[in-house]
Design a protein around this ligand. Sequence first.
Ligand code: ZN
Ligand code: ZN
Length: 291
Amino acid sequence: MGQPNSSFKKTDINTPYDAGVAQLVEQRFRKPQVDGSTPFASSIFMKIIFLGTNGWYDTQTGNTPCVLIETQSEYIVLDAGFGFYKLKDIISSEKPVRLFISHLHYDHLIGLHTLPLFKLSQGIDIYANKAIMKGLRAFLKRPYTSPVILLPTKVRFHTVTGDSNMPITFETAGLRHSVSCHGYRLHVEGKIVTYCTDTGLCSGLKRLAKDADLLITESAMAPGDRSPNIFHLTPEMAASVAAETRVKKLALFHFDPGKYPSLDSRRAAQTAVQGIFKDTIAANDSTVINI
Ligand SMILES: [Zn+2]
Ligand SMILES: [Zn+2]
């Protein structure tokens, strides 16, 4: 078990949305236990920590997508938008770090440009389907960013060819987006967490969501939007899927900042759809969910 990063100081926080990181880091490193472990690591509950909840681009409402599932034994990271950099102050043990990539739009991988900041002795394992992996490997080299071979952290690539139970159990399906995009249904420590972003309504989304303990999905479009955009969801569509597939909890994220200019506008969307699916939350960059 590694030690908390004691070099992190509150004064390192300069921007409004970094306040969320400060809160997380404070929670994360508060009162180390007698055995040297931290409150998160010693919890019997899984934590889902939202690090980036904007779609498309960063604004003061947040960074682009990155979600951490911290379990007793692993860090599972979903996408690597600009919220990814916050992991360097959160990962404090040598548990495996597994990163799942949904697709190649920059808002889901631009955070990998911060990989040179990380010094993870356990390395990082990246999972993506074949076509996405090819593009990802092409991106993770010069002239776009530092080549993986020069990074202080060992990066290992794993091509996903379908559902898998090694080393963790998950199912995957294609989603409805403008480019190849995949969702994941992860079986972790007796719970099911489904992650489907950048998608319109489709059978893959519904199959992966069925009876999940938590569905994390997108709300790129504004409430009531009836434009013919078939590659994204309104919050009403997301809530209807949650109700139809009988998930236990719905977390909305990937908010288009042009349509959700403030956190208040996200809260209004949450309230608007709770009549369709009661246990809905609109996530922001400091949201933590225990399941
Ligand atoms: Zn996106
Ligand atoms: Zn996209």
